[in-house]
Structure formats: structure tokens, C-alpha cells
Design a protein around this ligand. Structure first.
Ligand code: FAD
Ligand code: SIN
Length: 547
């Protein structure tokens, strides 16, 4: 069926356009001065995104036995040589203030039962030397989103646009410098399929990660890498995308959609076992089940491949039933839905993609290499996580960089709107693309990435994946020109770009480091370098590594 859509007017103008309403986008929107007009875009419901599903918590230096130096050391150790020390220090130093800010927003974190009742309960996760994780039982993300969204909805300078999808950024060449400037974004309103230009003095990408590019992921559907793909097409530097983090323990059940079993469950005594009941992590790392994530995920993958197991077991049933139900109410309830009573029996678990360590390259102020374009949260590469993110450092990073954007934007109070007439793209005279083709390509790409660009990689598999993705890319660009632009088509196009970026970055890294493991280069190089990729002039991809 052919559907013709009417052209729409260019009508939305803001001081700041924030694309994404997770921890990063919401915290920035709330902090911006009330004198600034803010457009906050979310591609589904306001709460939906990875933030809402965060379980474990947020790392912060609060305990007397802990120190900022120790948090820095642990983060850098997990990051396998690629963390930027100045960024890690700044984030760890601010962690206490960030928790205080969240408490002020009304987030109800779990408190200690014994001792002083006003103290927050701290738990432990992989890579952390001391208990350092502030949490709200096992539903930390929900507690944060509920509080932030409650406030965002009441703030009159913020205009909310749910079910709106950003398609691409609008940039202008700058007469006086080689640096382009971002002036807005094309946004599709999913409710009527019309495309609008949203114009802004400052644009902030807070669109989350790209983990949906893999078949099995702990992430919600929103994580299709839109922000990274948009920024890449606009000319941003994209860094270290070969480092995709696999969470070691997602529930293995055909109906569970890779439901996450929090690392904090191991922090509270959970054990990893083979299906016959033998423990195995001690063979891989002296820290056992609380070794950093890359090590635990690879160990599980290796045991599954060597022995032909479909899963391994995670067991906490030796702990008191009352403790388990109180500490992990969400996991307990969810597992029960699949007839697994975790107070009595172990859970079958497998690794699944969980976090995008790379992303849009930003500086300490969250600025990208395009003027007036910022990136915060999982969409960005700040240098905090290096080659492997330490658990619970991500929510912290979201809030830290929202504060940095705020400080930076305040410096440019006199910024003017650019004239961007005649830029409107529209869905006029286009065909509706067939849903079945989009769904099929989507599944094929995610399966290809899982099988060829997974936890353990080889050059041969990466090269095969590269050829296949280039075919998909040609097809999708053609489809994008000819067909009506739908939300599914936008996401498919973005996933293909993300796959291309990951494969190109993985092929460039001729070593194994952190989350990137290539059997053809099993050793780690002496020098640690970032992989930076830029679409370059006339789409000739530039790729380089820098210290
Ligand atoms: P998100 O929360 O993912 O939000 C992205 C937003 O962007 C959404 O509003 C989405 O609609 C919007 N968006 C995306 N594309 C578009 C588009 N094209 N147009 C318009 N809007 C768009 N980290 C921790 O630190 N501690 C934890 O305990 C923890 N647990 C986790 C558990 C799970 C199951 C998962 C999936 C992740 C977990 N993480 C945890 C990671 C952490 O939750 C995320 O890294 C973090 O929440 C990302 O926040 P964000 O604001 O960057 O993105
Ligand atoms: C978890 O609870 O295991 C997730 C923590 C994180 O990803 O930081």
C-alpha cells in the first residue's frame, strides 16, 4: 500500500535539545537553568531505556575503609590500560556529591539494617576492592527513573516528546573554522509518521548504548545505537567500539529475553557452578566469581564451549530465604515466573551483551568534535571505562557528565540560533517499506554479530562479517531513500552502521585487551591505544589509533 504523507512545518525551537530520557538526559534536563527552554526526546515511553532496568546500583566512595584512590585503582585495573586517569579521578572524586544529589531528587536507596540507620547499605560487585555500591534493593534504575521523571514532568521549561525518534543531526559548515556546528536534529513523530526539524542552540545526545546489535542482550529495545550512528554520520570521532561488554549472568530461559541476574547477587555470596555442581572460577582468576566482567564472561563462554553446555549455574540458595527475598525481590519474582525458586534451586545463566564501552568521543566537558554537540551517558566514550567497564560505574558517569554539560553550556550564554531554512526532509511520495524485510534483516544482522563478532573473535570471522554488513548497508541506504522513513527502518539503518563500526574497530586492534579477545592476536601490546574512527570526507572512513 502506498501512503503519502503531508509535509510539515519546521516549528520546534529550543535552547537545549536533549535526545534521550535515561539517567543522563533526565539529570541534565533537571539541572539546566529554568530560564532555558529544553526539548527532551524519548523514542518510546519516558522511563524506557537501560536506566530503568539497572539492578546492582551506583558505585561511590562512602565507606571509611574505602578511598578515592582505591576506586580509581580498581576502575583502571578493570579497564586494562585504556582508562583516562584524569577522568577516572574526577568521577570517583565526585561520586559522593552525585549520591547526595540523587538523594535530594528523592531517590530512595536501601539503608543499613544494623548500626546507624541513616547510612546507605553498600554492596560489592566484580572488580571492587570494598563494598562500594549504593542501591535500591535490586531495582536501582527504577528508583532513579521514578524520582527524576517525577521532577522532569513538573518543570515548566522542559517540553517532553515521547514516541519521537531522532533520525539524524543537522550540522552547518562553519565559515571561520574547519569545525562543523550542530544546529538541531530531524525527528520523526511515531504517532503520525511526520518528520520535524527541531532546532537548538545546543544538542545533547543521551541515547544510550548499542547492545541491540547482538542477538542476546540484557538491554531493552531502545539500545539500538542511534546516537552513535547519527554522530558518526555527522562526522564525530567514535572511539573504542570493539569493547562491547558481555554480562556474565543473564537468565537462560526461552521466554526470559536475557533477563539480567545482577552481579550484586555474587557480591552477596552467589556461586557460579557447572551443571554438575563443580565450581570453576578459581581456575581463571584468584578473585573467583568477583573477578572483572570480561574474565568471568570469557570463563563461562569457555566452559560452555569446551564441555558443550548450554548454560552454567548461579546459586544463592544456601543463603536464608528471607534474606534473598528482601535483598533481591525483583530477581526472585522474575525467576518464579519461570518456575525457578532461587531460594531453593540454582539459576541457569549465560552471558549476553550488556554495555557499550566505546562511543562518541568526548572531552572532560562532554563536548564532541562538532561544535555545540555534546554526548553523555552510555552513548559517549569519555575514557572512564577503558577496555572493560567496572560494574556500577555507568550510572555514576551519566550524572557526572550531565553536570559537566551544564557547566559548559553556561559559558556560552550569548549563543544565537542559526538560520536553517529549507532543511526539512519529508516523507512525501515515498513507499512504505515492507515490515517483513526489515524484521528479517534485523534478525540476520544480530545473529551474524553474535556468531562472528562475539566474546571470542578471529580475523576470518570478522572479515566475513564485514563483507556481509557492507551488503546490508547498501540495501538499507537504498531503502532509506525510496521508502517512508519508519521507526523500524531508522533503527535497522543504525544497527547496520553500528555493526560496521564495531567490526572496523575490532579488525584494527591487533591485540587482545579487556573485552576484545582475538585468537589471532592473543597477546596484549605494551602500548595501550584508543581506536578512533571517523567517516571522513566523502565517506572515506578514517581510522587511527592514538595513545
Ligand atoms: P538509557 O537509560 O538507555 O536511555 C536512553 C534514552 O535514549 C531513552 O530514553 C531512549 O528512548 C532514548 N533514545 C534512544 N535512541 C533515540 C532516538 N533515536 N530518538 C529519541 N530518543 C532515543 N549500570 C550501573 O551503573 N549500575 C547498574 O546496576 C546497572 N545495571 C544494569 C542492568 C541492566 C539490565 C542494564 C541493561 C544496564 C545496566 N547498567 C547498570 C548500565 C546502565 O543502566 C546504563 O549504562 C545507563 O542507564 C545508560 O543511561 P543513559 O541515560 O545513557 O541511556
Ligand atoms: C548488575 O547489576 O550486575 C549490573 C551492574 C552494571 O552493569 O553496572
Amino acid at each position: 500500500m502506498q501512503k503519502i504523507l503531508k509535509q510539515v512545518e519546521n516549528k520546534k525551537i529550543f535552547d537545549v535539545l536533549i535526545i534521550g530520557s535515561g539517567a543522563a538526559g533526565n539529570s541534565l534536563a533537571l539541572q539546566l537553568p529554568k530560564t532555558m527552554s529544553v526539548g527532551l526526546i524519548s523514542k518510546t515511553e519516558l522511563h524506557e531505556g537501560s536506566t530503568y532496568y539497572a539492578q546492582g546500583g551506583i558505585s561511590a566512595v562512602l565507606s571509611k575503609i574505602d578511598s578515592i584512590n582505591q576506586h580509581v585503582e580498581d576502575t583502571m585495573e578493570a579497564g586494562a590500560g585504556l582508562c583516562k586517569e584524569d577522568i577516572v579521578k574526577a568521577v570517583a572524586k565526585d561520586s559522593k556529591v552525585i549520591i547526595e544529589w540523587l538523594l535530594e531528587q528523592g531517590v530512595k536507596f536501601t539503608k543499613n539494617e544494623s548500626g546507624s540507620s541513616d547510612k546507605l547499605h553498600l554492596t560489592k560487585e566484580g572488580g571492587h576492592t570494598y563494598p562500594r555500591i549504593v542501591h535500591a534493593a535490586d531495582k536501582t534504575g527504577e528508583a532513579i527513573q521514578d524520582s527524576l521523571i517525577n521532577k522532569v514532568k513538573k518543570q515548566s521549561n522542559i517540553e517532553l516528546f515521547t514516541h519521537h525518534v531522532a533520525i539524524d543531526l543537522i550540522t552547518k559548515e562553519n565559515k571561520d573554522s574547519a569545525q562543523k556546528k550542530c544546529v538541531g536534529s530531524y525527528i520523526l513523530n511515531k504517532k503520525n509518521n511526520q518528520i520535524n526539524v527541531f532546532k537548538a542552540k545546543f544538542v545533547v545526545l543521551a541515547t544510550g548504548g548499542a547492545n541491540k546489535v547482538y542477538l542476546y542482550t540484557s538491554n531493552p529495545d531502545t539500545s539500538s545505537g542511534d546516537g552513535i550512528a547519527m554522530a558518526y554520520r555527522a562526522g564525530c570521532d567514535i572511539a573504542n567500539m570493539e569493547f562491547m561488554q558481555f554480562h556474565p549472568t543473564c537468565l537462560f530461559h526461552h521466554k526470559a529475553k536475557s533477563f539480567l541476574i545482577s552481579e550484586s547477587l555474587r557480591g552477596e555470596g552467589g556461586r557460579l557452578l557447572l551443571p554438575n555442581g563443580d565450581s570453576f572460577m578459581h581456575k581463571y582468576d584468584s578473585r573467583g566469581v568477583l573477578a572483572p566482567r570480561d574474565i568471568v564472561a570469557r570463563a563461562i563462554d569457555s566452559e560452555m564451549k569446551i564441555n558443550g553446555f548450554d548454560y552454567v549455574l548461579l546459586d544463592i540458595s544456601h543463603k536464608k530465604s528471607s534474606f534473598i527475598k528482601k535483598r533481591f525481590p525483583n530477581i526472585y519474582k522474575k525467576c518464579l515466573e519461570f518456575n525457578i525458586d532461587i531460594t531453593k534451586t540454582p539459576m541457569p545463566v549465560v552471558p549476553a551483551t550488556h554495555y557499550t564501552c566505546g562511543g562518541i568521543n568526548i572531552d572532560i566537558n562532554a563536548r564532541t568534535n562538532i561544535k555545540n554537540l555534546y554526548a553523555i551517558g552510555e552513548v559517549a566514550h569519555s575514557g572512564l571505562h577503558g577496555a572493560n567497564r567496572m560494574a556500577s560505574n555507568s550510572l555514576l558517569e551519566c550524572i557526572f557528565f550531565s553536570k559537566k554539560v551544564l557547566e559548559d553550556i553556561k559559558k556560552y550564554e550569548n549563543e544565537k540560533h542559526e538560520d536553517i531554512r529549507n532543511l526539512l526532509e519529508n516523507n512525501k511520495d515515498k513507499k512504505v517499506s515492507e515490515e517483513v524485510i526489515i524484521k528479517h534483516s534485523w534478525k540476520e544482522i544480530r545473529t551474524l554479530m553474535w556468531n562472528y563478532v562475539g566474546i571470542v573473535r578471529t580475523n576470518e570471522r570478522l572479515l566475513k562479517a564485514k563483507i556481509r554488513i557492507s551488503i546490508f548497508k547498501r540495501e538499507v541506504e537504498e531503502s532509506f531513500d525510496k521508502n517512508i522513513i519508519s521507526s523500524d527502518l531508522i533503527e535497522l539503518r543504525n544497527l547496520i552502521y553500528i555493526a560496521e563500526i564495531i567490526i572496523t574497530s575490532a579488525l584494527a586492534r591487533k591485540e587482545s585487551r579487556g573485552l576484545h579477545y582475538n585468537l589471532d592476536y592473543p597477546k596484549i601490546n605494551d602500548e595501550a591505544k584508543d581506536t578512533i574512527i571517523n567517516i571522513g570526507v566523502k565517506n572515506n572512513i578514517k581510522l587511527y589509533q592514538e595513545k
